[in-house]
Design a protein around this ligand. Structure first.
Ligand SMILES: [Zn+2]
Length: 131
């Protein structure tokens, strides 16, 4: 399918791992973009997210290998490796987004973010893209 650029520029699955390797992920679909968000939590974590449905993302980690953090409405659980401190993914555990997840593409192969298209989302205010 020429013209279907979305399917040709990133090899699937997209894989990533925290710095120490205790937590790994595999994303079996191409996220629409690589999204950096300026809301309070994303700004703190410095993550660039690849969003998808939970059914298309596999996270492998021993039980207790991550610290889970939720704030505000507590709809999202952000996971950080307990050993090396890398934030690996979030999971919508309740609310309207339940079933959605995102992986931190900064932990994927170099070039992945650029290949997906690095976009900036204004999660702090307007909930629109800034670019
Ligand atoms: Zn780690």
């Amino acid at each position: 399918m020429s013209g279907d650029v979305d399917q040709t520029d990133v090899d699937l699955p997209i894989t990533g791992a925290c710095h120490c390797g205790a937590v790994t992920f595999e994303m079996n679909v191409r996220p629409r973009h690589a999204i950096e968000c300026n809301c309070s939590i994303c700004r703190s974590l410095g993550a660039v997210w690849g969003h998808g449905n939970a059914g298309n993302i596999v996270v492998r980690a021993d039980p207790g290998a991550t610290i889970s953090y939720s704030h505000g409405e507590r709809d999202l659980a952000f996971h950080t490796c307990r050993t090396c401190g890398s934030t690996t993914h979030w999971e919508a555990v309740r609310g309207a987004s339940r079933g959605r997840m995102a992986v931190n593409l900064r932990l994927a192969a170099p070039g992945t973010i650029k290949a997906l298209g690095h976009r900036h989302f204004d999660g702090a205010e307007s909930w629109t893209f800034l670019d």
